[in-house]
Design a protein around this ligand. Structure first.
Ligand code: ATP
Length: 425
């Protein structure tokens, strides 16, 4: 068996796509007499600034000879990769092992590549020590993703699927011709086994990329069969090829448990805390508030729901000081960029100055230690009173809408969350 990993062949402006190269490579291997067991699409650390879009790397599992596979891959990268883009830095790594026999040190590397920052030197050294063939072009940064994609099969424990439909290559760059109604109908029928196909409220076809490139649409879901049913039902311009990828999309594998006061930049966390300042909407429509961990006496930490998270911000705005939360997101520039949060415990009451039982006006202090009184009605109260607060938000999990979801972020509808969920779709 052979595992081929490749990455960084695409360009933001010119519109190649590493998954397309993988599809071409699989075709070439089949033409040369090999067979393909599966293809993986692995989303790595979303905080990496070199990424073109979604920080994806791919791996191909095949019975083909490793040396020839390496040569074919090199040829195809030279033919298809967008080398003229200064930010494209392709890399290929080939292991002659069975995907199930990839050593632990490589699978640990994959896990790290999803959560941390890794150097090209580290990836290259590890690939050499493992005896893998490797090549990089224009710096060869893509070897980081390529090696991570190789280790993913043994390193990761949960899998989802994406079925990608490709356009005729010479149509790339022209508007995609897809019957939007068929997408919405198929998405409705496929939900929740398929997810993030559309954003119903924003009436956006999330499965259709905005960028130029050979992808017509990509259907994400919990099983291959579910993605096939949806893809079959979409009416569109000719599809030249459909490829199923095993992916770590929709898994939250980038999140780790963290604590306020010990959060590091460019890492993504799941953190508990209490709302410390009321949410406020700033310039640009971003909503911010601070959380604190009283038990650990921490300094307040800023949480931010950016404008593109759209209606998610309405939930954030309903939070009140004292609410107990779990927040999830990446730490960047000293704040957590919110992807989802759980309202664990709501503040249900407030201590306030009493109202007069006769005229309902707010009572005034009757003097130090004298309680409160209404001068008009001469009524008295011994002190402040606890009053219930009407809350417009239920406890449970809230998430950004499909149109704003990171590829690796887990949609609530996929389950596994403690408490109620309020999926956005
Ligand atoms: P697309 O979504 O269009 O496929 P992309 O967003 O995957 O593009 P790439 O062009 O692949 O972006 O660029 C990402 C680069 O970052 C690759 O060279 C990859 O090897 C590197 N990289 C990925 N993960 C890490 C990491 N954890 N540490 C350092 N570098 C990384």
């Amino acid at each position: 068996m052979t595992v081929i990993g490749l990455d960084d062949t695409d360009s933001r402006t010119r519109g190649m796509c590493t998954t397309y190269l993988a599809t071409q490579l699989s075709k070439a291997i089949k033409q040369a007499g090999g067979s393909i067991t599966r293809q993986l699409l692995i989303r790595l650390n979303p905080a990496i600034e070199f990424k073109t879009r979604g920080n994806a790397a791919v791996a191909i599992h095949t019975d083909f000879n490793a040396t020839t596979a390496f040569e074919i891959t090199q040829d195809l990268i030279e033919e298809y990769a967008e080398m003229s883009d200064v930010n494209t830095s392709p890399g290929v790594v080939v292991s002659p092992e069975s995907p199930d026999a990839i050593p632990e040190v490589i699978s640990q590397f994959s896990f790290k590549a999803i959560r941390e920052r890794i150097s090209i030197e580290r990836a290259s050294e590890l690939a050499s020590t493992a005896g893998y063939a490797q090549q990089g072009w224009d710096g060869g940064r893509g070897r980081i993703g390529a090696l991570a994609a190789i280790g993913a099969w043994t390193g990761l424990d949960s899998w989802t699927f994406e079925q990608i439909a490709y356009r005729e290559f010479d149509r790339c760059g022209t508007p995609r011709s897809i019957d939007t109604n068929s997408v919405f109908t198929a998405a409705e029928q496929g939900y929740p086994q398929t997810w993030d196909t559309v954003d119903r409220e924003a009436t956006e076809t999330v499965c259709v990329p905005a960028a130029p490139g050979p992808i017509l649409f990509g259907i994400r879901g919990d099983s291959i069969a579910a993605t096939t049913t949806v893809a079959d039902a979409i009416e569109s311009e000719p599809v030249v090829q459909r490829t199923v990828f095993y992916t770590n999309q929709g898994t939250d594998q980038h999140l780790r448990d963290g604590k306020i006061g010990a959060l590091e930049e460019n890492k993504a966390y799941r953190v508990g805390g209490e709302v410390h300042t009321a949410p406020s909407t700033g310039p640009g429509g971003h909503v911010t508030f601070k959380i604190i961990d009283h038990r650990r006496n921490t300094a307040p930490f800023t949480c931010i729901a950016f404008e593109p998270t759209k209606r998610f911000r309405d939930h954030v705005r309903l939070l009140r000081v004292g609410d107990r939360l779990t927040v999830c997101g990446e730490v960047s520039a000293g704040s957590i960029k919110l992807e989802k949060f759980a309202l664990e415990e709501r503040v249900e009451s407030a201590i306030t100055t009493p109202n007069c039982p006769e005229c309902s006006r707010t009572m005034k202090s009757a003097g130090r230690q004298q309680g409160y009184r209404c001068r008009r009605c001469n009524t008295r109260e011994p002190g402040k009173v606890t009053v219930p607060i009407e809350r417009d938000i239920e406890p449970g999990w809230y998430e950004v809408p499909p149109q704003a979801r990171r590829h690796i972020a887990k949609p609530l509808v996929r389950g596994g969350f403690n408490g109620e969920i309020h999926p956005s779709r």
